[in-house]
Design a protein around this ligand. Sequence first.
Ligand code: TYM
Length: 330
Amino acid sequence: MKRMLSAVKPTGQITLGNYIGAISNFVKYQEDNEMIIFIANLHCITVYQDPKDLRKNLKDAAALYLACGLDPNRSTIFLQTDVMEHAQMGYIMACNTYLGELNRMTQFKDKVSKNETGLTAGLYTYPCLMAADILLYDPDYIPVGDDQKQHVELTRDIAIRFNNRYGETFKVPEPLVASVGARIMSLNDPTKKMSKSENNDKGCIYLLDDLNVIRKKIMSAVTDSYGEITLDQQRQPGIYNLLEIHSAISKTDKQELLNRFKSQGYGVLKKEVADVVTERIGEIQKRYHEIMDSGQIETILDEGAKKARYIAAKKLTKVQRKIGIDIHKR
Ligand code: TYM
């Protein structure tokens, strides 16, 4: 059985992009793999968050993991800060990462190039914490959307360097990026990734959006004026994105969808995408409310943290011994 590890950073609400690119895959992979899935709350605060909103978003994220189908009896689910080894290992990883490597991270570079102000040191060193999150658990695969692949590759580089320097310590993990849905684009500007940090909410669907709002967002998705439906992503990014969303959720091959829709108008395609998406999100929301009412979230996260801590503590001890900062005899 392979071990997989991943996380979502609930800065704001969980999006359809998070669901398609990450969470829905975790649910599938838990059938045949050991899954370790956490809520990356330390990663959230790399950008200022209103404490009240953050607390709500964390609880929502846990409830949504469960509502999407993550099963605490199969998967280890926890809150990052409940396992303190992450922060300590994050520091050790930062001491084994070069500035040049961090400077190459496209997510950070994008923010710098947009002249965003108030960028924090935490945001800059965030990939080191992510490397710690991963390497503490020796996973085989890291299921992520396309935008996180670079961070997993940096994690591999850090692990290889550490192993060379100090002797075999970490398993070198591989990113696992699904062939469909790894990069869901904004409905408002299909050349940009669907993201919660977008200025305009029209392009982003949240799992807790009202279903009528979701339908409206899809029906007003930006397309083009060609009046035909093809799978040419360059020429028709909006249409391609709608087919991609449909395909990821309905598990229908895009070519099959194309055959079905190619002689139809854009309105027909949008309506069917809206039907598929609202049906799935409607089911998730129903379970979300049941889980929120059940009062079980804290217990599930506590149990998960206990299991995670057991693995993480052993690894951190080993690492500290390897680098020589531990003088205790054991
Ligand atoms: P985050 O919270 O930005 O995204 C969580 C997951 O959702 C995927 N994703 C998307 N997939 C397809 N289309 C989109 N539009 C889209 N937007 C987001 C992301 O690729 C990701 O898989 N640093 C991570 C969280 C993290 C992590 C980790 C992940 C912290 N530690 C260790 C893996 C392993 C992040 O900010 O993801």
